[in-house]
Design a protein around this ligand. Structure first.
Ligand code: AR6
Length: 173
């Protein structure tokens, strides 16, 4: 079974086989985790994303999907870019958020990755409430069929860490 671990910190510093980027469908960068990964990883990541846009995703990577590139200068082996849903009060988009975790793990399996670091997808600029984002993240990873041995959630602040810790604890009972 996949082990879940929690870390308080900056995902761009993680030494995992793959780190997941909370990207947008353009794959061409943005703020939050995305901006930080491109800044620290260097131009090689953007060049790989531009190639993917040209070769496969002319209209952009759809929400809920994931794709891998080089990790450039990051300590990680690969970056897996996934597009989270923007939170909506009127529409339940949880299936799309769950899909981000599941698809990222499927790509990680294709890469042969054993350790994968995730941020709390959609819980920043895309506005997803942290408690619910943590619930979907933990439930989806626990339910996933994958050869990944360790999923490390890298949380940026105490509130995010606490939300994930509560979910992991709840899942153990
Ligand atoms: N390491 C770990 N977590 C981080 C880091 C970091 N370096 N920086 C922020 N977080 P966000 P989203 C947390 O906004 O909501 C971009 O412009 C942050 O506190 O990065 O999926 C993309 O291009 C929050 O809890 O991603 C898209 O347009 C979580 O990571 C859009 O933002 C996710 O916040 C995606 O929005």
């Amino acid at each position: 079974m996949t082990r879940i671990t929690l870390v308080l910190g900056d995902i761009t510093a993680e030494k995992a086989d793959a780190v997941v980027n909370a990207a947008n469908s353009s794959l061409l960068g943005g703020g939050g985790v995305d901006g930080a990964i491109h800044r620290r990883g260097g131009p090689e990541i953007l060049a790989a994303c531009e190639d993917l846009r040209r070769s496969h995703y002319g209209k952009g990577l759809p929400t809920g999907r994931a794709v891998a590139t080089t990790a450039g200068r990051l300590a990680a082996g690969h970056v897996i870019h996934t597009v989270g849903p923007v939170w909506s009060r009127d529409e339940d988009r949880s299936a799309l958020l769950a899909s981000c975790y599941r698809e990222s793990l499927r790509i990680a399996d294709e890469l042969g990755a054993r350790t994968v670091a995730f941020p709390a997808i959609s819980t920043g600029i895309y506005g997803w409430p942290m408690d619910d984002g943590a619930r979907i993240a933990v439930e989806t990873v626990r339910g996933a069929r994958t050869d990944v041995e360790e999923v490390r959630f890298v949380l940026f602040d105490d509130a995010a860490y606490q939300a994930f810790a509560d979910r992991v604890r709840a899942a153990q009972h």
